[in-house]
Each structure stands twice: as C-alpha cells, then as structure tokens.
Design a protein around this ligand. Structure first.
Ligand code: HEM
Length: 502
C-alpha cells in the first residue's frame, strides 16, 4: 500500500479561541500531524490530487483512493485539503458525541443559499436548529407515521398503475425516474398535502429539474470560490438564481394554499397534523416560540429535497439487486405473500413485519449509502484511533461508502450483496458505528423511519405484483450529485398471476 507522507511538515499554529470560523477550513488548521496522513502519490502543483479522477465521481474516486491508502487519508484539490476517514475504529471515535459533532462544511455548507438554516444545513449553534427539531420530531413518531401510511399507499397505487401500463405495452420501466416520482409525491402529500402530479408527466416535474440544477451548481462551489462563480460561470449562475427562485415560489405557493385553506394558524388547529401544519401552528413546548415565515420556507425546501432524493436512490439500488438475484427476490416475495396472504393491502403494522425485505434494503444501503458521507468536527483538542491528533474545530469526512465495505468488519466478500448480513445475530456480532446510512448522533436523519417504512412498503407491493427482469446489457453505473443513484437503470416486468387484491 502506498503511504506517502510529507517529511517533517511543520505543525500548524493553534487557532485562536472562540467559535470556529465559518466557510471552508483546510485540514492544516485542524490536524497538527497532517504529515502522518497519507495522500495519493502524484500531487500536481496547484491542482492537487487530481490524476486519475473525474469531477463527475468524487465519492467513488475517494473510495478507490481510500482502498489504496487505508482508513484515514487526505486529498487536496485546488488548495483545499480534506481528511477522509472510513476505518471502523476511527469512525467510532468520530461518532462519539461527547467529542465530535456534525460539521457543516463543504457539500452541506454549499446548500446554504438554498436551504439556509433549515434542519439539514443549520450550524449546530444556530437556535433555529433546536427549535425546528423540537417542533418537528413528533411528526416522525409512531402516531404520525401511522397517519402517513394510507397516503403512502395511495401514491404507491399510482406507481403500480404506471408500471402495469408499461408491462402491458411490453416497455421497460425507468427505475430512478419512477422512484423519484414516487418519493417526491410521497413527501409532498404526507408533509404538505401537495400534489406535484409527477405520475401524469412524462418529464420530471420542474421542481425536480430546479432541485437537480441547484444541487449540481452547489457542487461547483467546491471548485470555484462562490464570489467568483457569477464571473466564471455567468450562465450557470443565472440559471441557478432562476432555479432557487422557482423552488422558493413553489414552496411559497404551497404555504399560501395551506394558510388560505385555514388548516393551521387560524386558531382552530392544534398543530398536530402534517409537517406544514406543525410548522405553521406549533409553538415550542417550553419557550412558546414558533418558526418564522422565512425559516418555514427553508424547512419546506429542505424536506422536499431531503425527503425524496435519498429514498428514491435507496429504492432504485434495492430493485437493481432484487432483479439481479432472483433467489433473494423469491425469498422476499414469499415473505410478502406470507404477511399479506389474501393479497390485501398491507396495514401499517404489517410493514414492520417484513423483516427480510428490511434486510434487503439495509444491504442495499450498505453497498450504496445514498447519502455517501457525512462530516464531523472536534469539540475540543482530541486524539483519534491510530494516534491522529485533531484540534478543536478540526474536521473529517466520514466516507460511509467505504466504512460499509471495510473488509476488517464485513469480510473478504464485502462487495457482494447478501441481506443475511443483517440477521439479528450477525448485527449483534459487529461493533457499533459500522453501519451509518442515516448519519449519527443529534444530527442523524430525522426521516429515517419515514424512509424505511415507505421503502419496505413499496418493495413489498412491487415484488408481489411483478417479476423483475434486468436488462442483460446493463452494468451498474452510479451517478453522483450529493446523493448516489444508479444511472440508466431500466427493468422489464412480468405480472405475477392475479390473486385477490394483489
Ligand atoms: C434512505 C433515505 C435517507 C437517507 C439515506 C438519509 C440520510 C441522511 C443522513 C446521512 C443525514 C445526516 C447528514 C449529516 O450528518 O450531515 C440525514 C439528515 C437529515 N435527513 Fe435524511 N435520509 C433519508 C431520508 C430522509 C427522509 C425521508 C427525510 C424527511 C422526510 C429526511 C430528512 C432529513 C433531515 C431534515 C436531516 C437533517 C437532520 C438534522 O440535522 O437535524 N431524510 N439524512
């Protein structure tokens, strides 16, 4: 394994006390012995570690580099140096909430022009994070989830209608496109009572196009300093401004319609309805404070984006693997037939009983965690496994994609798809913090149960109804735009024999 180190690099000066500065913090500021951390062998002056990598696949390139360099490594691109971590010991340290917290930097900070101090992009110290978290957490509890279930089923029925039509016409289905339709409609209906009409459109809804546009543009902030973007990429910057304006207009319209309907904030609501109802009508139980209009706008955008993009990828990868492994699909289907024997639609409680399907989903999220990395920063000077020193404010990117394939934890065949890795006894035998598709700690995913319920429900419904046939020429290609998605994935379907209600 090549482990280049810089000879006798000088220790960086200790940063001044006070809150860590915002904006990008290069690794020299936080890692006094950066010289001990390997980087790719051939650094190009000024450009950095760019040989053999592509701007389109930064995460997969980092995984390949991580395999060569080991559990802690660094990459420098255009003067920005980043420390990556994927070894189980080091990640366990980084997940220790008494020493580390979420770091809002890089890809997440780039989203601030769109999502501001919404839950996902808020800095830990911003008061709106705690306020919104406390107001919205009950919207993901058991009672709320049970109320979303019939709405989720309703959206899934529309997907099935679309897939039935494709099956009758002998056409392949566009898996990522249809999973995006499904998950966008699901979060829009359950969260905000809104219908984007995605299933009635052949092309993606303009909201999706604007969202993809602004996510792609956000990535460019990694390469070009934000103040220079309008000068270097004037057309893209104008397009981005139009995309953000469109997202904001759409959200404002959703909020206006709800206010006009008088559902919340009119004195008749106790704010225990959907997400929007809670945002508009609920006050903090202790302080009595509510969310401002501007913050509600940020939260609605956050939930519409975070609530569908990652789940659609997870469903798409799971369908890819189910189509490739008919034996696994048959086991999952037998379970679905057993839980819903008469072909009736699954009840809320029955979805949680689909343990094997859940393992299929976990295994898909292990191989392709659709949010492939998260960042952690040190709360005080500390030392990581392996003797790496980190200063307060120093941060690392946890490469979940590689953590989930660490051969020391997952074995020699870590790249193989095997849902039985998630049998309860296998899970118990593994150390903590080795499976992190939903992040960690206080800033872990608030929508985890929502995503899991939706995905297991939909996979069960689809498997009961169709046999899935892969395109024999298809080789998995993974697209990256903050989240991961199988690119160009299509499947052929055949209807299974009709059973009552199926
Ligand atoms: C398979 C699907 C999903 C995956 C893999 C996923 C993954 C993640 C991860 C890794 C984080 C932490 C990011 C960080 O530390 O920087 C996160 C946070 C978040 N997710 Fe998800 N997510 C999924 C579905 C959802 C859904 C369905 C919703 C909403 C309905 C949602 C809303 C959020 C929000 C609001 C946060 C920020 C939480 C906070 O900081 O307080 N996610 N998600």
């Amino acid at each position: 394994m090549a482990v280049p180190v810089d000879d006798a690099a000088p220790a960086a000066p200790t940063p001044p006390p006070g809150p860590p500065p915002r904006g990008f913090r290069s690794a020299e500021l936080g890692w006094p012995r950066l010289d001990r951390i390997p980087h790719p062998p051939r650094r190009v002056p000024w450009l950095g570690d760019v040989l053999g990598v592509s701007v389109r696949t930064p995460v997969q390139d980092s995984m390949a580099i991580g395999r060569r360099l080991g559990p802690v490594f660094r990459r420098k691109v255009l003067g920005k140096e980043i420390v990556f971590a994927w070894g189980a010991d080091v990640v366990a340290d980084l997940c220790d909430e008494s020493r580390f917290a979420k770091h809002v930097g890089l890809g997440v900070a780039n989203l601030r022009p769109v999502a501001g101090d919404g839950l996902f992009t808020a800095y830990n110290h911003e008061p709106n994070w705690q306020l919104a978290h406390d107001i919205l957490a009950p919207a993901f509890g058991r009672t709320a989830m049970a109320a979303y279930h019939p709405l989720m089923l309703g959206v899934a029925r529309r997907l099935v209608e679309r897939w039935d039509a494709s099956e009758r016409a002998g056409e392949a289905v566009d898996v990522p496109g249809d999973m995006t339709r499904l998950t966008l409609e699901t979060i829009a209906r359950t969260g905000f009572g809104h219908d984007f009409g995605s299933f009635e459109r052949d092309r993606p809804h303009p909201f999706v196009t604007a969202m993809v546009g602004s996510l792609t543009f956000a990535q460019r902030r990694n390469v070009v300093p934000p103040p220079l973007l309008p000068l270097v990429l004037p057309r893209a910057a104008r397009r981005n401004a139009a995309d953000i304006a469109y997202l904001e207009r759409t959200v404002d319209e959703v909020v206006r319609a709800r206010r006009a309907a008088g559902v919340a904030g009119d004195g008749n609501s106790d704010g225990d309805g959907d997400l929007l109802d809670r945002m508009l009508a609920t006050a903090h139980p202790v302080t009595g404070e509510g969310l401002s209009d501007e913050n509600i706008r940020r939260q609605v955008i956050t939930f519409l984006v975070a609530g569908h993009e990652t789940t659609s990828g997870a469903l798409s990868f799971a369908l890819h693997y189910l189509a490739l492994h008919p034996d696994i699909a048959a086991r999952a289907r037998a379970e679905a037939d057993r839980i819903w024997p008469d072909g009736a639609e699954p009840s809320y409680e029955q979805v949680a009983k689909a343990r094997y399907l859940r393992r299929v989903l976990d295994e898909s999220l292990r191989l392709w965690p659709t949010a492939p990395a998260f960042s952690r920063e040190a709360l005080a000077d500390t030392e990581l496994a392996g003797g790496h020193l980190v200063r307060r404010g120093g941060w690392a990117l946890v490469l979940t994609l590689m953590l989930h394939r660490d051969p020391a934890v997952w074995g020699d065949r870590a790249d193989d798809f095997d849902p039985d890795r998630f049998l309860p006894e296998a899970v118990r035998a593994r150390p903590a913090h080795v499976f992190k598709p939903f992040g960690t700690g206080a800033r872990a995913c608030i929508g985890r149960q929502f995503a899991l319920h939706e995905a297991v429900l939909v996979l069960g419904l689809l498997l009961r109804r169709y046999d899935l046939h892969p395109d024999p020429g298809y080789r998995l290609r993974v697209g990256e735009r903050l989240t991961l998605m199988p690119a160009g994935l299509t499947l052929h379907l055949t209807r299974r024999p009709d059973r009552p209600g199926a």
